[in-house]
Design a protein around this ligand. Structure first.
Ligand SMILES: Nc1ncnc2c1ncn2[C@@H]1O[C@H](COP(=O)(O)OP(=O)(O)OP(=O)(O)O)[C@@H](O)[C@H]1O
Length: 259
């Protein structure tokens, strides 16, 4: 469904502070797969995701190719990328749970997004937002609450509901469980897995948490210093890691240490 080929991302290429955040990486996301992109902070994960969505920050330059259903989207016009983000590839950004405006109820924020992006009427948006909150396992009463009236886990569920509002084909979830306790993290991952199955979604889970990724994902891509140092089926990668960095991550996981 999405093929990333020889992707490199450089920030501030012409300055002394030039940083090669992503170095010639290639991978493919199969339809309806649950893939984990793991790596420590600064390894380049967010740069990959943002580039896939055409959301490269100022000063960033990408080279290579990103094919969405065989069509080149790296460097595509903003209008095309906007349509892709609004209808096909949905991002759950880092810190999504804090991205709600505090002065509007969750329901109103969802209705506004649905009306804007889907051209829905107010009553259609009302129905759709109630449906999405239910799919994200939130009580209907969550719609009438302000963000500060929800727990962190509930806010993350609302962020997932929001990401689903455009009925995307793929969800790119950037550290969706950061700042949540371990039990809530597991519940959020189970929710993503259920949504993937029921809605035939393709999910890319971006995280520094190997145990969590290994428990949820069929396939893992391990990044270090901008490169993919190892990839493979989760079970194989955990039972017999080949790369030294992956070995260290797995050893830490077995010692029950979280990065
Ligand atoms: N806008 C930017 N300008 C300059 N350098 C950047 C920018 N964004 C990221 N970088 C650099 O690119 C490298 C990769 O960063 P990136 O955020 O992609 O990593 P990450 O694995 O997602 O980290 P984290 O888990 O902390 O979000 C880092 O060295 C970072 O300092």
């Amino acid at each position: 469904m999405i093929e990333v080929k020889h992707l490199s991302v450089t920030y501030n290429a012409r300055s002394k502070s030039a940083a090669n955040a992503v170095k010639d990486i290639s991978f493919a996301l199969r339809e309806n797969s649950f893939c984990g992109l793991i790596g420590e902070s600064g390894s380049g994960k967010s740069s990959v995701v943002m580039t896939m969505l055409g959301l490269m920050p100022n000063g960033g330059e990408a080279r290579g190719s990103i094919l969405y259903r065989g069509h080149e989207i790296l460097g595509a016009p903003e209008k095309e990328m906007l349509a892709l983000r609004q209808r096909r590839l949905s991002l759950i950004p880092q810190g999504a749970m804090n991205s709600f405006t505090p002065v509007m109820t969750i329901g109103r924020q969802m209705r506004e997004v649905i009306m804007l992006h889907m051209g829905a009427t107010a009553s259609e948006a009302e129905r759709k937002s109630a449906e999405l909150l239910e799919e994200a396992e939130l009580p209907a009463s969550a719609a009438a609450r302000y963000p500060h009236e929800l727990s962190g886990g509930q806010k993350q569920r609302a962020a997932i509901a929001m990401a689903l509002s455009c009925s995307p084909e793929a969800l790119l979830a950037d550290e969706p469980t950061t700042a949540l306790d371990v039990v809530t993290q597991a519940a959020i991952i189970r929710l993503l897995e259920r949504l993937r199955r029921e809605k035939n979604l393709t999910v890319l889970l971006v995280t520094h948490d190997l145990p969590m990724a290994a428990s949820a994902c069929e396939e893992l891509l391990v990044m270090k210093d901008g490169e993919i140092v190892e990839r493979g089926e989760s079970k194989r990668l955990i039972s017999s890691p080949e790369n030294e960095h992956t070995k260290a991550l797995v050893a830490a996981m077995l010692r029950n240490e979280r990065p």
